[in-house]
Design a protein around this ligand. Structure first.
Ligand SMILES: Cc1cc2nc3c(=O)[nH]c(=O)nc-3n(C[C@H](O)[C@H](O)[C@H](O)COP(=O)(O)O)c2cc1C
Length: 132
């Protein structure tokens, strides 16, 4: 994909601009963390605010763990944690909490972003799920 995109968009800067527009305006929430073990947020889009009530700019530097609470299924989080350690993908649903404390079902995917073999970030696509 990258080769064809770069060709049409006139180089990497153009491709990055295109991907930024897509992420900013996606109907699904998009959350990106750095690759550190803490997983600090480096990007959140407008749909993340609609889904969780958290302001994207204020969420930078925080951990997505903030979304968890007493009803969050520890087994799902353990599965996500293993995927992160193995450098693999995760898809699942669990109870998360909005900024005002309202519980909802988070349905999300987490994917490694790789430069060569090195993981440089993690990207999540998130939406409200129908049922656990
Ligand atoms: C990109 C990314 C997005 C994440 N999004 C969520 C989320 O929406 N809800 C959630 O409960 N956990 C989410 N997590 C998981 C937590 O940040 C953390 O990795 C998880 O709780 C496992 O770590 P722990 O066992 O130390 O808690 C996300 C993690 C990453 C890397």
């Amino acid at each position: 994909m990258a080769g064809a995109l770069n060709k049409v968009m006139g180089g990497e800067a153009g491709s990055v601009a295109l991907l930024q527009v897509l992420a900013d305006n996606s109907f699904d929430s998009v959350l990106i963390t750095d690759a550190s073990s803490e997983g600090r947020v480096i990007y959140a889009n407008k749909a993340f605010k609609k889904l969780t009530g958290h302001d994207p700019a204020a969420f930078i530097g925080k951990t997505p763990r903030i979304l968890q609470g007493p009803g969050t299924d520890a087994k799902v989080i353990a599965r996500l944690s293993s995927a992160l350690k193995a450098g693999g993908k995760f898809e699942g649903r669990a109870i998360n909490y909005k900024k005002d404390g309202t519980p909802f079902i988070m349905y999300w995917r987490v994917l490694p972003i790789k430069t060569g073999r090195k993981i440089t970030a993690w990207a999540a696509i998130q939406r409200e799920g129908a049922s656990i």
